[in-house]
Design a protein. Structure first.
Length: 307
């Protein structure tokens, strides 16, 4: 028998070479069934011997006898539906068009923590005398804003909003009276729902100071914190637009911290808020697009810094 006369048997489990001229009808020992892989076991459907090792599975002796087969099995051609398309390259999300920095600022809804509320209740409030109030003084109560120079009667009634502004689902209103409107101009013109005395504040008597502050971000928000004790929420201003933040924090003995910056990212003012606590003021700004900012503020009017 010469090597050029030998052919390979393609029966499953055989794989031996044989001479077609000398091969008998029962010389091939093979598996007439199909391979089975189930629960880590490997076996042939024609016999019951199982194993977890793939090498042992390949060495399982055939359980059937018959003629050798030199016909190579056909490999089924893949249809177009079976072809896996090449993955598309990952593209960064499309960026929003940056709003103008000249958009009007809107006040953020505010919350006063129980710790600060308790502290304010324990403070002794002393009204300024007439001599201490100058003509440049302006009423600090929300919704009033009268100037001292325009008030002729000392007993003039201050009509103001003791609550906080609320912006929700396109509606704008005060938490104290809940008269709703969709127009920001109409919201600013809403008459106060409470009456009392004016709370005069003289811009010339403010003690401008610097406060420690920091910021951090999550996937959907930017959080800005100012550290100040004995904050006076009624006198504070926290306004923002989509790309700008303005704070005027009154605390201590007529001390004022001012922060006015163009933001590096884009936010949604209607979904943002401010919380006044005994030792700090926290501004939570909801991101309009979920991208990371390298900095809180930007030095350029139309800059957006992201990583």
């Amino acid at each position: 028998m010469t090597a050029d006369k030998m052919v390979l048997c393609y029966n499953k489990g055989c794989g031996n070479e044989y001479d077609p001229q000398e091969s008998s009808d029962d010389e091939c020992v093979y598996h007439c069934g199909a391979p089975v892989f189930h629960d880590a076991y490997k076996s042939w459907s024609c016999c019951e011997k199982k194993t977890t090792d793939f090498t042992e599975f390949l060495n399982i002796k055939g359980c059937c006898k018959g003629k050798h087969n030199n016909v190579k099995p056909e490999v089924p051609a893949k249809s177009e539906n079976d072809i896996t398309p090449a993955p598309e390259s990952v593209r960064p999300p499309e960026r929003m068009e940056r709003p103008s920095v000249d958009l009007p600022l809107v006040p953020l809804p505010s919350t006063i923590s129980s710790s600060l509320r308790k502290l304010l209740n324990n403070l002794v409030v002393s009204d300024k005398t007439a001599e201490e109030v100058t003509k440049q003084a302006i009423c600090q109560r929300k919704g009033c804003g009268k100037a001292k120079v325009d008030v002729e009667n000392e007993d003039d009634t201050c009509e103001h909003h003791p609550g906080c502004p609320i912006f929700h689902e396109g509606m704008k209103y005060w938490s104290c009276c809940k008269k709703k409107t969709t127009e920001f101009t109409d919201f600013l013109k809403q008459k106060g729902c409470a009456s009392g005395t004016h709370l005069w504040g003289d811009p010339s008597q403010k003690k401008e100071v610097q406060c420690r502050y920091d910021w951090h971000q999550t996937g959907d928000s930017v959080n800005f914190t100012v550290y100040a004790k004995k904050v006076k929420p009624e006198l504070c201003t926290v306004n923002c637009s989509a790309v700008k933040l303005h704070l005027e924090i009154h605390f201590g003995d007529d001390q004022v911290f001012t922060f006015d910056k163009i933001l590096a990212g884009i936010i949604e003012p209607e979904k943002s808020k401010v919380t006044f606590s005994a030792t700090k003021v926290e501004v939570n700004m909801r991101k309009a697009e979920f991208v990371a900012c390298r900095a809180l503020s930007s030095s350029r009017r139309n800059d957006l810094v992201t990583q």
